[in-house]
Design a protein around this ligand. Structure first.
Ligand code: ADP
Ligand code: NA
Length: 303
């Protein structure tokens, strides 16, 4: 089986329930405080590993307790962490999350996630990447490093998956290096100027991204499911699986982990979208990012 290489962020999430947003200068009492491993890169690596893929992580954390705990947790999920650098001149990435009435409000400290340089990531890819492997990256690391990594992975013959989250416009010549782009509504609007709200606008957005050079396009629509446009198949519309929502953190990352694990396991795009919907429905029914991501056995049992 080809392997999955994730270049992306690792964060410690510090999250708390707040009755409402505090006003300027106000202190509110919260509840349910937890620290949980997160970061889109690490979440996607954990999801792909729990869903049966052989996963290598390329990332950076600080030489602090959060970094140690994150690397340990990733290894515990079965991810190879040889490529996780411990930097002495940076702190581990942190996300401060306020959970208010179903919506998360997040402030991110990128820290070590922005300290990995192009040369290091490119060297890692050349060392471990083999033709046919799947490469995945997001938008939480340094933009120049992320773009260089996508170009290098494409050059090496890897199947590249790009989750531009948070989104920022990409140079036109990056798109032909992307085999599969997976984005939510807001990211889609930033990346191609079309807000996908229904089948017609999803098709328009996906068509635009294909025109720019992306291979396949998957747009996630929260509780409304997902829309996919493959290289040579008709568009797919996959509903979300029913769920009792506890915490939507990591829904998208779990879904992407399934797309990626599905790709190395030889699934069609639509099969992996259905698998992702089932996996993400479990993740939203549990608290936290990585702790909420299910295994392949749990997903099969729920289907
Ligand atoms: P992101 O977290 O990146 O914004 P989405 O919110 O679009 O991603 O969610 C990704 C996928 O997770 C959706 O396509 C859907 O299958 C699933 N999902 C998200 N929210 C829910 C929900 N409330 N109930 C069930 N499934 C959900
Ligand atoms: Na969750």
């Amino acid at each position: 089986m080809p392997k999955v290489i994730v270049f992306g962020s690792m964060n410690m999430d510090l999250s708390i329930d707040a009755p409402r947003l505090p006003a300027a200068g106000e202190t509110l009492s919260g509840s349910g405080f937890i620290t949980a491993a997160g970061g889109k890169g690490a979440n996607q690596a954990v999801a792909a590993a729990r869903l049966g893929a052989d996963v290598r992580m390329i990332a950076a954390v600080g030489a602090d307790v959060f970094g140690e705990e994150l690397a340990h947790g990733l290894a515990g999920a079965g991810v190879d962490t040889t490529g996780v650098r411990r930097l002495v001149n940076a702190t581990t990435g942190v996300a401060v999350i306020l959970r208010t009435a179903g919506e998360n409000r997040i402030v991110l400290h990128a820290g070590a996630n922005h300290a990995l340089v192009e040369a290091d990531v490119v060297a890692d890819l050349r060392r471990i990447g083999e033709k046919g492997d799947v490469f995945v990256t997001q938008g939480e690391c340094d933009p120049a490093t992320t773009e260089a990594a996508l170009r290098e992975a494409h050059e090496l013959g890897l199947y590249t998956v790009y989750n531009p989250a948070p989104a920022r416009p990409a140079p036109d010549d990056l798109w032909p290096c992307v085999d599969l782009v997976c984005l939510n509504e807001t990211e889609c609007q930033v990346m191609c100027g079309v807000l996908p709200v229904d089948d017609v606008t999803c098709l328009a957005a996906a068509g635009r991204l294909r025109e720019l050079g992306a291979g396949c396009v998957v747009i996630t629509l929260g509780a409304a499911g997902s829309f996919g446009l493959g290289a040579d198949a008709a568009p797919s519309r996959v509903p979300a699986a029913p769920a009792t929502v506890v915490d939507t953190t990591a829904a998208g990352d779990t879904f992407i982990g399934a797309l990626v694990a599905g790709a190395v396991r030889g699934m069609t795009l639509e099969e992996s979208m259905r698998w992702g919907a089932a996996a993400a429905a479990i993740a939203v029914s549990r608290l936290g990012a990585q702790p909420s991501i299910p295994t392949a056995e749990e997903v099969e049992a729920a289907r």
